[in-house]
Structures are given as structure tokens and as C-alpha cells.
Design a protein around this ligand. Structure first.
Ligand code: NAD
Length: 281
């Protein structure tokens, strides 16, 4: 069984991106810029944003974090996004989620210029991805896709089962694998027989948020299994896949932690650089 090492894959991707930033700097005499808006003092959000800033600086992206208190008014945030949209030094804008209840998440997402939407959540990018056009792609599914391609470069005709239909993970994952000519089944909480669906799959991507949902007898012997889940349990952090059982039965599997997680931030950096490159044409 191949243990898919997301830490190593993310380090390789960051090294490639670092070289690309050097080349872009010598060609354009400027570097990509990422601005993150952080609202409130939720500890996980603060940690995510700190990691994003650190990783961006490591690859040579100019990063900035704009912090607001929980009580900030929606119009203040929207005004700031408008300013950033027209700031040429800013290639990518990310508003860290979740937002306080009084701020309309969709309004905020739609305020970001789609060409600077490094999370790929703007309806324009969602539509472009589903139409097969160039777009920013949400970072976690993009990371999953790159890990799958490392194991199996030719995905044409493979049967993929996506567990979970969130806008963040399941739906964009479906589009990415469809583009690779996979036959994709998207499953969710109302799916009648999830085990039977999974047993058909050459590729399983589990993004559910239920600890160890996918069991050892749900998988085919040569399947590639990607575990997006991050679930806090009494036994520590576990994924949506039962690692001990499934690892005995499949071709390749991502661990949790150390699988998909590290690729998510590396893909944010990739998206920032891609937004910069598109803005220079
Ligand atoms: P979500 O809650 O938005 O969506 C969960 C999906 O699972 C829904 O579509 C729901 O229909 C489906 N579902 C629920 N119960 C089910 C069942 N019994 N059978 C089949 N499907 C079922 O979740 P999300 O935001 O996509 O996150 C999923 C998991 O991924 C969470 O554990 C989250 O922490 C993790 N996550 C990890 C990363 C990362 O970087 N590794 C990033 C984002 C989210």
C-alpha cells in the first residue's frame, strides 16, 4: 500500500512555486501578493491565517493580513474588499471563514473580484470550473486532485466516488475528476447504500466530517482513497476513513494528519501565483 505523503508533496509544490516566483520577479519586476482578511478572534482561524502567511512568505509571495474585531460592520469589510480589488499589488484576496453571524458570507464572497478569488468560491469561478474553463479552484479539492494524479496520471475511464457534496469539497472535486474523464458518483447523507457505491470505486474521496465512516470492507483492493476529514475525537484527530482497516485493503491512502491538510495551503499559494500570472497577460 502506498501511503500518500501530503507533507512531502506540499514541500515539493512549495519548492516549485518558490522558483516560479523568482522567475516572475525577474520577468515582471514584482511578486504576487496575497491579502487575507481575518475577522474576530477564533483560535483555529488565527492559526490557519498565521500558517498561510508564513507559507506565503517562504515562497516569496508578499503577504498581508488585515484584522478586524468580531463587531466590524459588513459595509466596512465590503469597502476594504473593493479597495483591494483595485490595488495592483494584490493578486489574491482571501476572507477567512467562518464569519460572524451578522456578516453575509455570500455577499462577501461575491464582492471579491473573481480574478483575485484565490479560494475559488466566487460564483463566476464555480461556474467556470463546472464549464471546464480556466478558474481558481478551491484549495482542498485541488490538493486532493494533485495527490491522486501523482499516484495515477491517467484517470480516464476510472470510476470515482465522492462522499460528501459540500461546495467547499465534494462538488469541486466532482468537477475536477469529470474533467479527467472519470465516471463520477457524488454521494451524500441521503445516499441509500454508501458501502455499495464505495465498493464500485477506483478512486474514493471522503469529505464528510464523520470519524472513520469509510470501513475496510467498503473498498476495492486497487482503490486510491483520499481522506479529507479532520475530526477531533477522544483518541485524537482522525479522518473520515478508518485508516487501520482501509490501509490493509487498498492501493494508496492519505493519512490524517499529514495527507490532504498540508496540500491545502500549498494550493492557496499556487492559486495566488496563477492569479498573478493571469493578471500580467
Ligand atoms: P460539510 O459539513 O460542508 O459537508 C459534509 C457533506 O457530507 C454533506 O454534503 C453531507 O451531505 C455529507 N454527509 C453527511 N453525512 C453523510 C453520510 N452519512 N454519508 C454520506 N455523506 C454524508 O463538510 P466539508 O466542509 O466538506 O468538510 C468535510 C470534512 O473535511 C470535515 O471533517 C472538515 O473538517 C474537513 N476539511 C478538511 C480540509 C483539509 O484541508 N484537509 C479542508 C476543509 C474541510
Amino acid at each position: 500500500m502506498i501511503l500518500i505523503d501530503g507533507k512531502e508533496a506540499a514541500a515539493e509544490l512549495r519548492a516549485e512555486l518558490k522558483e516560479e516566483v523568482v522567475e516572475l520577479k525577474s520577468k515582471h519586476n514584482k511578486v504576487p501578493g496575497l491579502t487575507v482578511i481575518l475577522i474576530g478572534d477564533l483560535t483555529p482561524s488565527q492559526i490557519y491565517v498565521r500558517n498561510k502567511e508564513k507559507s506565503a512568505n517562504e515562497v516569496g509571495i508578499k503577504s498581508e493580513v488585515i484584522k478586524y474585531p468580531d463587531s466590524v460592520e459588513e459595509k466596512t469589510v465590503l469597502k476594504k474588499i473593493k479597495e483591494l480589488n483595485s490595488d495592483e499589488t494584490v493578486s489574491g484576496i482571501l476572507v477567512q471563514l467562518p464569519l460572524p453571524k451578522h456578516i453575509d458570507k455570500q455577499k462577501v464572497i461575491e464582492a471579491i473580484d473573481p480574478s483575485k478569488d484565490v479560494d475559488g468560491f466566487h460564483p463566476m469561478n464555480v461556474g467556470n470550473l463546472s464549464s471546464g474553463y480556466e478558474s481558481s479552484i478551491p484549495c482542498t479539492p485541488l490538493g486532493c486532485y494533485l495527490l491522486i494524479k501523482k499516484i495515477e496520471p491517467n484517470l480516464s475511464g476510472k470510476k470515482a466516488v465522492i462522499v460528501g457534496r459540500s461546495n467547499l469539497n465534494g462538488k469541486p472535486m466532482t468537477q475536477l475528476l469529470l474533467k479527467e474523464n472519470c465516471t463520477v458518483t457524488i454521494t451524500h447523507s441521503k445516499t441509500k447504500d454508501l458501502k455499495a457505491e464505495c465498493l464500485e470505486a477506483d478512486i474514493i474521496v471522503a469529505a464528510v466530517g464523520i470519524p472513520e465512516l469509510v470501513r475496510g470492507d467498503w473498498v476495492k483492493k486497487d482503490a486510491i482513497v483520499i481522506d479529507v476529514g479532520i475530526n477531533k475525537t477522544d483518541n485524537g484527530i482522525v479522518g473520515d476513513v478508518h485508516f487501520d482497516e482501509v490501509s490493509k485493503n487498498v492501493r494508496a491512502l492519505t493519512p490524517v494528519p499529514g495527507g490532504v491538510g498540508p496540500m491545502t495551503i500549498a494550493c492557496l499559494l499556487k492559486n495566488t501565483i496563477d492569479c498573478f500570472k493571469r493578471s500580467q497577460i
